[in-house]
Write a protein that binds this ligand. Structure first.
Ligand SMILES: [Zn+2]
Length: 99
């Protein structure tokens, strides 16, 4: 798998969440390592929270999902991230529209 770095398309950032069981932990980390994404991931496993998180850049949710190991592909969440601009306050605007 290759993530093109020379693309002109705007890349979005996606949070990948990989909940798993203690039993699957070792196999999952091995899969992520084999896929070359281990350096992208942070893990809660050492404190008993068996979950791994990574923020990656991708062109689409489908492409971001390719970074999810098959072991947890059905349980994993892929969340497109966005930043709020301090001036636009788009999250407050969204609330106002609902009043
Ligand atoms: Zn784990």
């Amino acid at each position: 798998m290759t993530m093109t770095t020379h693309t002109v398309n705007k890349m979005d950032r996606y949070l990948i969440e990989t909940p798993h069981t203690a039993r699957d932990c070792k196999m999952l980390v091995e899969q992520v390592y084999a896929m070359g994404y281990l350096h992208n991931f942070d893990w809660g496993c050492e404190v008993g929270v068996h979950n791994g998180w990574a923020i990656i850049e991708a062109e689409s949710e489908a492409q971001a999902r390719l970074a999810v190991p098959s072991l947890v592909r059905r349980k994993a969440r892929v969340i497109k991230l966005s930043k709020f601009d301090g001036r636009l306050k788009s999250h407050e605007m969204a609330h106002k529209n609902m009043e």
